[in-house]
Design a protein around this ligand. Sequence first.
Ligand code: DC
Length: 227
Amino acid sequence: MSSNIPVLTLDGPSGVGKGTVCLLVAKKLGWHILDSGSLYRLLALSAGDNVDLGNVSQLAGLARDMQIEYVTSGGALGIYLRGENVSEAIRTEATGVLASKIAAIPEVRQALLDKQKAFAQAPGLVADGRDMGTTVFPEAALKIFLTASAEERAKRRYKQLKEKGVSANLSQLTVELQERDERDSTRSASPLLAADDAIVIDTSTLSIDEVCAQVMQLVEQRFKLKV
Ligand code: DC
């Protein structure tokens, strides 16, 4: 990463609202976005349901060779795999669970490292994920870690699914989120962890607008910007 490109990292567990905050803040700033979870989701989609998680070199090769494209327009992020728009297809719970399993493989993480670093382009980058502040952009000027209780995150996910007309079970969603947190936090390679120099924001009782306002205030202070 070129050290003069401003980078804001937004890390945190599943369902905390990072993606929405990342999009809104990047739009306000006119900066680029790295939705790093989408890379693991794209890999899960490419690998398919019958993937052999033990075939590490094949998965790492697939990670390096994926034909992917990101297109931001009108505040939304379009994600393409081999020319096909998979923005919706990668968001299923099943793809998220497989992504979390694949993401535990160190060789896969290593294979995706340069792809992620390449997103740091002028005028700046908002990077969302689990290890943005600890591993991918350890020299980022501002690192924020968003948290919320698993119950609150499951409620948010439940509401989102209901709004889309998808049937969901709140207690099952809570258990799945806790399992995903456990896997993402306890893996040896780049676990979900707040960087020592990250600012932690507990979003449990905050609206998305309130979280964005706090993030923007920190951005303006740290990068000496007036947006
Ligand atoms: O943020 P998300 O739900 O789209 O991420 C999907 C999975 O990818 C998540 O369970 C863990 C993994 N992931 C990761 O290991 N490191 C990242 N920087 C981002 C996501």
